[in-house]
Structures are given as C-alpha cells and as structure tokens.
Design a protein around this ligand. Structure first.
Ligand SMILES: Nc1nc2c(c(=O)[nH]1)N[C@H]1C(S)=C(S)[C@@H](COP(=O)(O)OP(=O)(O)OC[C@H]3O[C@@H](n4cnc5c(=O)[nH]c(N)nc54)[C@H](O)[C@@H]3O)O[C@H]1N2
Ligand SMILES: Nc1nc2c(c(=O)[nH]1)N[C@H]1C(S)=C(S)[C@@H](COP(=O)(O)OP(=O)(O)OC[C@H]3O[C@@H](n4cnc5c(=O)[nH]c(N)nc54)[C@H](O)[C@@H]3O)O[C@H]1N2
Ligand code: SF4
Ligand SMILES: [Mo]
Length: 781
C-alpha cells in the first residue's frame, strides 16, 4: 500500500501548530457537538461546541474524555498477528491480509461460507465508515451468521415498530421539548443521555419540561438520577412493565378515555376491537399483583396521561431486556410486547404523531421510512426466514440472537456446519452478551478469528489477526442512524479532524478502507477495494433512483454518480444519500436543497427544524395502516395472560439482579481513560440496607453473587436507591486479562455481570436476551 502522500500529510500535520476542530461526539446517541483543540496530533482540550445547532455547548464527562481516548498510548495503532506463543505481535498490513487469507480460505473450503460469523458491536452505529461498508463485507463473505449488539439491547422496540408502522427504524420519539407529561419506563437518561431518543442535554430538556409546568414520572426498580429529578418515582418489580402498560391501556379503554386524534383514520380495520379483547385480562388489580405497583397508582397514571394536553410514554433498556420469573420458571421476557403496548398507549391517548407527543423525525440522509413508496411498504417479516442451527431460533431483521453465538460455535454437529470462524467489529461480546464465560471459552477454539477494534480486549485477544480501528477523530462522521431518532431534524457532517498516522509507532487505515479491502479479499480478490467501493456507490445510486419517495426517483444511477464525482468512499455515499433525501437538491445545482457541500460549509451543523407530523406518509406497512393488533403481538398478550394466571410473586430468598450505567463509563470500554477511571469503584454491588443486615454484609465487604449460570465476587455498596429484594451490578467490567486494554483499566477490573446472565430465556419475537431481573443468591465471600 502506498503511504507516500499520506505520510507527508501526516508529518506536516504532526509539526503543525494549535488547531481547533468541530465534530459530533461519537460516544453516545446524544450526538453533541464538540470543540477540539489539537496541538499537532495531540488533543489538548475538548469542550462542548457552543455554536452547535443541536447541543448548544452541552457536553458530558465522556465527551470531554474523547481527547484522552485519542491520545491513549494503549490504543491499537497497527495490525497484530497472534504468534504460536499466543502473544500478539506487530505486523504490516500486507502481512495481516496474507494471514487472514491463509486462515480464511481453508475454513470456507471445508465448511462453507456460513461457517464464518460476524459480531457487530455498539460503536458501529456511531461510525459512518462501518455503517456504510460493513454490509459489503457481509455480502462478500456470503454468510447468514450475523450477530449484533441489537439483541442485547433495542431489538424489541425495533420489532414492535416494524410490525406496527412498517420498518425497524420507524420508532416514534418523545417530543421532549413540547410535551406536558413524560412517563419514562426502564431508562435512566440523566446518565445514559438518552437512547432511541437522540436529544443532547437531557438534563436541560427535563429541567425545561418542569419549568413550563410539565410533569415527569419515572418507573424503575431503582431510584436513579432520573427518578431523583422526577416529580414521581414509581418502583416496579423487574420484568413486568408490559403488564403495567397493558393495565394502563385497558383503563383508558374501559373508562372511555381513548381519543385517537392524529391516528384517527389510520388504524387498521378492526384492530382496536382486537386490542380491546387482548388486554381484557390485565385488570389493574392483576397487574398490581405482578408489578408491585398499587392498582390506584396504575389507574391514576393512565388517567393523568390521558388528561394531559400532550403526553409521551417512553421505555428503554429496563423494558426491552428484563425478565420475570414466575413459579420457578426461568425469567421470561416480554420486551417486544412492552414496546408494542407503549406505542399503543401513545396512540390511545392521542399522542402519536402530534407535537408534544411522540413523533417521527425526517432524516436528511434518508432512512427506511423515507425510501420506497410513501405510505405503504413490505413491512417486516417476524419471525424471520432463517433459523439458528442449534436452538432453531428465528432470525430477526436479518440477524441472529447474540445469545446464540456461543452455542453456534461450541456445539458439535454431524455435518460440520457449526461456526468455525468469527469476525468482530467494534464489539466485546465476551463481556456484553449473556453467559460470557461460555462464549469466552468458545472463542478460544475458533480456527479463524479477526477483530477490528481500538484495543486488545477480552474478545479481541482471541483473534488471530487484530486490525486497528483508528481514533474516531481521524474519520469523517455523519449520524446516519441517529438522525432517524432525533428530537429535532438536523444534519451535521464532521470531516476528519486529524490525518491517519503513519510513523514508527503507527500505521493506520480508515475503517471504510479496511472493510473494502477485507471484502475484496473475501470475494477472492476478483475486484480491488476501489472497484468494491464503486459497486457500493452504484448500489446506493440505484436504490435512490428506484425509490419513489426519493428526490432522485427515475433518474439514471450513472447520472447521480457523475453528479457526486470526484468524491469517493463515505463522502460519495453521503452526498448521494443527502441529495436524494427529503431535503436534498435532487442533484439539481439550481436548487437550494441540501448537499454534502452545504454541510461542509456548516461546521456547527444545519438545523432543519422541529419534528412535524408524518402520518400517513411515514407508514411502510403492507396495509398502509397502523397495525394496532399484529397477530404476533396478540399472541404475546395471550402468553402474558397465561403468566398472569400463574403469577406467584413470593420470593424464594433470591434477589433480583438488574444492571446500571455510569456517567463515566461506556459499556465495556473507555475504562483505560484516567479522566473517567478516577474516583469510586464503578463496579460495586448495590444492596439495600435491609438485605445487607439480613445477609450480614458490610459496606465495602465482598459478596458472592450466584445465579443459575455462575458465581462472581463483588464489592458491596449499601444504598437505599435499590429496594429490598433487588441488587444492581453494571455490565462491561471484568478486565482481568494481562496485556489487554491498558494499565488504568486493569487497575480497576471490576467483575463481568454477564457471567451471571443466561443465554436461555429470550424475548422470542426479537431474540433479545434477558439481562435484568436475574434471580441470584448473595452471601458473604
Ligand atoms: N448485563 C448487561 N449486558 C449488556 C447491557 C446491559 O445493560 N446489561 N447492555 C447491552 C448494550 S445496550 C449494548 S449496546 C452492548 C454493548 O456491547 P458491545 O457492542 O459488544 O461492545 P462495547 O462494550 O460497546 O465495546 C465496543 C468495542 O468497540 C471498540 N471500539 C470503540 N470505538 C471503535 C471504533 O471506532 N471502531 C472499532 N472498530 N472499534 C471500536 C472498543 O474498543 C470495544 O472493544 O452491551 C450489552 N450488554
Ligand atoms: N454514560 C453512559 N451512557 C450510555 C451508556 C453507558 O454505558 N454509559 N450506554 C449507552 C447504551 S449502549 C445504551 S443502550 C443506553 C441505554 O440507555 P438507558 O436505557 O437509559 O440506560 P440504563 O441505565 O440501561 O437504564 C435502564 C434502567 O432500567 C432499570 N430497570 C431494570 N430492570 C427494569 C424493569 O424491569 N423495569 C423497569 N421499568 N426498569 C428496569 C434500571 O434500573 C435502569 O435504571 O445508554 C447509552 N448511554
Ligand atoms: S452526552 Fe453523549 S454525545 Fe454528548 S458528550 Fe456525552 S458521550 Fe458525547
Ligand atoms: Mo446499547
């Protein structure tokens, strides 16, 4: 590879003086604008960009720490090949590709394309290079075995949105800036900064809600920071949100409070009647028994929501990844049902698609709800067409449940069809997926493993070849996913703030190029990475020209490609998407529509205004209507009703384990950043004083926590933010392997909460794992 020019650019840059760069923070869904000061290639300061059209200067501790991440000497800067000694050694790019080829070819020849799996982790969604180019690698590999972090996260919400509105990204977003009543279930946006809800400065937006006389209610087993700032905190038994919301919806219907407003005339025929029948069993009393929330409170919340001039109910991790154990059965999850019922509540109270309710963004680079034909589409297919080999679990929106990854590797088969190889991209499934111990062992048996990552981790340490992901500051960035989920329509392009580094200590390659070169290799080298890029661009242009809703409908793809020349890579694809998107110039230079060039001229982003109603144009269901009662979800309601009948809530002495997030951690990474790591133990086991006294445990003491799957030892922190009967441990910790991460992370290792979670009970419709509400025994260690 020719590094001639880029090395020269890099040298010049490295000697440069102080510069200021503006870019979107890639660390969470809030997409804050950052102002970054660089001295050559070293970040000397990060602060919020006061001029950012969306975040207006807001920033959190993680965003500030992006500089230390960029500077971190432990971050990978060149390819690694694992030697016979099991140790990873520096390699050149040609050596790395040769090693990949040497290992990949025999596995595919012996066992077929699907013997290679992929795991895509969370940071992919915050990275336009991988968002746009990972599909090319998947296609070139020809494997059906794709796994992502979605099935330990938001997949239930996507499935519910897909069944009701037609696409997995048609998720209605709380209009926080204009609502009068906000009901939050199982989310802690004061710490997470919002999820499936892109809204920089959630603290400020919640303060503004209260200042204008609005009301905030939080339903969570834990008194979180969000519960602290709320008008009311309602404690709930883990795993039971679907029952709470079903009873609220039933109350609205039975008391004649339903008022459809904007949804009027858009609901599928007969669906309200079907829904009424389906929620009949969920009386407030029955729900009270299971949820632990008094029936009066359930009824009052339903009435309050319907009486508020505008209102939004929103649920996140606690509603999508929690399970409830009933009469000794393993925890069962109703994540998709909970997401469905939340949507239905917004519909029945007249809050879908209206200002102050929940609304659909109109993303500038387009998305599933802006392509195809307006108002009608194919919908989604649930259950999906494919089945996993071992448990026969259905595919969901083109992927398999992450909880099935370990068994797909370690379960032998007659015909040798198991997974023999794995590629991980920006994922740490050894820490982030259930039954992590089994997966960790399985990874060590693979014949082929390649990871693209910023660090050597609990996962990537198993890879035969590790390809370094450059710092996010070195890439161009546009939030393709989160503009589909934002509380305001905005567009923001961040050009690379620093060049890729090539010197004695580094040999970096953009992830788009890594993926294209990998795809080219996986396709047998018949086309170069440049011609692979041309194919991807042709694909994007063709889709735009075939999509009736696009501003390039009916145009020849070749014309569109000519219009965006000489751009290549991410910038070419984005220019195509933006110019054919809902605000685009339609490739007509006389128009004042949006282009990538316009974004390049606006370093603080472009504000495209508040959300506007989108019914019925937004729908992509085959019926062209909102499916209030999809058969898959009516069947879930029947399963819920069955659980209700068997609901004994007596505890057998076990406590229920739930997770949590911390302002100064980001899932399993950023733990090697001194700015974030300092201070208290982030990975303590929260225990209520009553339980601590019963169990004879002291603050700071060690406790053994034992689930059906495994046992771990954690340090106890006694606090009444957790109620009696519930304990909390964050995920993403357990940095015990010498040589991984870096010194700061290894100093405060914590424990891996996912050693305790089980890969067993899934939310079936979405294949999503149960990570909250895990029955555990706790005793002094
Ligand atoms: N028990 C329990 N488990 C959970 C959760 C929970 O609440 N409880 N939460 C779940 C959720 S919501 C999620 S999203 C998952 C997250 O879990 P994963 O998606 O598996 O991984 P992360 O912990 O986000 O780690 C991301 C990896 O990407 C690397 N990385 C960072 N930036 C880049 C980049 O730009 N390029 C590349 N190639 N690599 C990069 C990091 O070094 C790290 O190794 O965990 C899930 N697991
Ligand atoms: N600082 C920071 N920010 C992050 C992350 C991070 O690691 N650190 N991770 C990012 C990612 S990947 C995601 S997906 C988002 C997640 O964003 P959120 O969902 O807002 O964050 P969590 O902290 O997981 O909130 C889940 C809440 O559900 C509660 N809970 C558990 N079980 C139940 C239940 O059965 N019912 C109810 N009602 N509540 C329950 C928990 O106590 C917790 O308060 O955060 C993102 N932002
Ligand atoms: S809230 Fe999220 S996007 Fe904003 S600075 Fe913090 S990590 Fe970055
Ligand atoms: Mo997540």
């Amino acid at each position: 590879m020719d590094h001639g020019t880029s090395t020269a650019v890099y040298r010049a840059y490295a000697q440069a003086m102080t510069v200021t760069a503006f870019r979107t923070c890639p660390l969470c869904e809030a997409t804050c604008g950052l102002e970054i000061t660089l001295d050559g290639l070293t970040v000397t300061r990060v602060r919020g960009d006061d001029a950012d059209v969306f975040s207006k200067g807001y920033v959190c501790p993680k965003g500030i720490a992006l500089g230390e991440f960029h500077n971190d000497p432990s971050r990978l800067r060149y390819p690694l090949i694992r030697g016979a000694d099991g140790v990873h050694h520096r390699a050149t790019w040609p050596q790395a590709w040769a090693e990949i080829d040497r290992l990949l070819v025999p596995v595919r020849e012996a066992h077929g394309n699907s013997a290679i799996g992929l795991f895509l982790g969370n940071p992919n969604v915050h990275n336009s290079s991988t968002t746009l180019y990972a599909p090319a690698l998947i296609r070139a590999l020809g494997t059906r075995n794709v796994f992502t972090a979605s099935t330990v996260d938001q997949m239930p919400t996507q499935v519910a949105a897909g069944l009701m509105f037609g696409t997995g990204l048609s998720i209605p977003i709380p209009d926080i800036d204009r609502t009068d009543f906000m009901l939050i279930l199982g989310a802690n946006p004061m710490v997470s900064n919002g999820s499936l809800w892109t809204a920089p400065d959630i603290p400020g937006r919640l303060r503004a809600l209260k200042a204008r006389g609005g009301r905030l209610v939080v339903v969570d087993p834990i008194r979180t920071r969000t519960a602290d700032v709320a008008d009311e905190h309602v404690r709930i038994r883990p795993g039971t949100d679907a029952f709470l919301v079903a009873a609220m919806a039933r109350t609205i219907l039975n008391e004649g409070l339903a008022s459809l407003q904007s949804s009027e005339g858009h609901l599928a025929d007969g669906s309200v009647e079907e829904f009424v029948k389906a929620v009949e069993p969920f009386t407030p009393d029955a729900a009270a028994h299971l949820t632990g929330i008094p029936a009066e409170t359930i009824v009052r919340l339903a009435r309050e929501m319907s009486a508020a001039p505008t209102a939004a109910i929103y649920g996140r991790m606690g509603t999508t990844t929690a399970g409830v154990a009933v009469e000794g059965r393993p925890p069962q999850s109703f994540g998709t049902a909970a997401s469905w019922l939340i949507n239905v509540m917004n519909i029945l109270t007249g809050n879908l698609d209206r200002e102050g309710g929940v609304m659909w963004p109109l993303p500038a680079a387009g998305g599933p709800s802006t392509s195809g034909k307006s108002g009608v589409g194919h919908g989604i297919r649930i259950p999906g067409a494919e089945r996993t080999r071992v448990r026969g679990l259905a595919s969901v929106l083109g992927e398999f449940p992450a909880a099935a990854l370990a068994e797909e590797i370690d379960t032998p088969s007659q015909d040798g069809t198991r997974l023999h190889g794995l590629i991980t991209i920006a994922g740490n499934p050894a820490l982030s997926t259930p039954d992590g111990g089994r997966l960790d062992a399985a990874l060590s048996t693979l014949d082929f493993m390649v990871s693209i990552d910023a660090y050597l981790t609990e996962t990537t340490r198993h890879a035969h070849v590790v390809l370094p992901a450059p710092s996010s500051l070195a890439r161009g960035h546009y939030d393709i996913a989160f503009t589909n989920l934002a509380v305001r329509n905005i567009a923001h392009w961040s050009p690379p703030s620093v060049p890729l580094r090539h010197d004695d200590h580094a040999d970096e390659m953009d992830e788009a190029e890594i993926l294209l070169r990998f795809a080219s290799l996986a396709a047998g080298g018949i086309s170069s990475h440049e011609s692979m890029d041309d194919l991807v661009a042709m694909d994007v242009a063709t889709r735009a020209s075939k999509s009736e809703a696009s501003r390039a409908y009916g145009r020849s793809p070749a014309d569109l490609l000519a219009a965006v020349a000489p751009r290549r890579g991410v910038e070419r694809l984005l220019d195509l998407m933006i110019r054919s998107g809902p605000y685009g110039d339609g490739f007509d230079l006389a128009s004042d529509g949006l282009t990538l060039a316009a974004l390049e001229a606006a370093p603080h982003g472009i504000d495209l205004g508040p959300l506007k109603p989108r019914l019925p144009e937004v729908l992509r269901t085959p019926s062209g209507a909102i499916e209030l009662a999809p058969p898959q979800l009516i069947a879930e309601a029947a399963r819920m009703a069955e659980v209700l009948q068997h609901a004994g809530t007596e505890s057998d002495g076990r406590l229920l384990l739930v997770g949590r997030r911390s302002l100064r951690s980001n899932n399993s990474w950023m733990h090697n950043i001194p700015l974030l790591a300092k201070g208290a133990n982030h990975c303590s086991l929260w225990l209520n004083p009553e339980d601590a006294a019963k169990l004879g445990l002291d603050d700071g003491g060690a406790a053994a926590v034992t689930s059906e799957v495994a046992s771990v030892v954690a340090i106890v922190e006694i606090t009444d933010v957790v109620p009696p009967g519930v304990v909390s441990l964050p995920h993403g910790w357990g940095h015990l392997v010498p040589g991984t991460w870096g010194p700061t992370a290894l100093e405060q290792p914590g424990v891996n909460a996912n050693l305790l979670t089980s890969a067993g009970g899934l939310d079936e419709l979405s294949g999503t794992a149960v990570l909250n509400g895990i029955p555990v025994r706790v005793k002094a260690a």
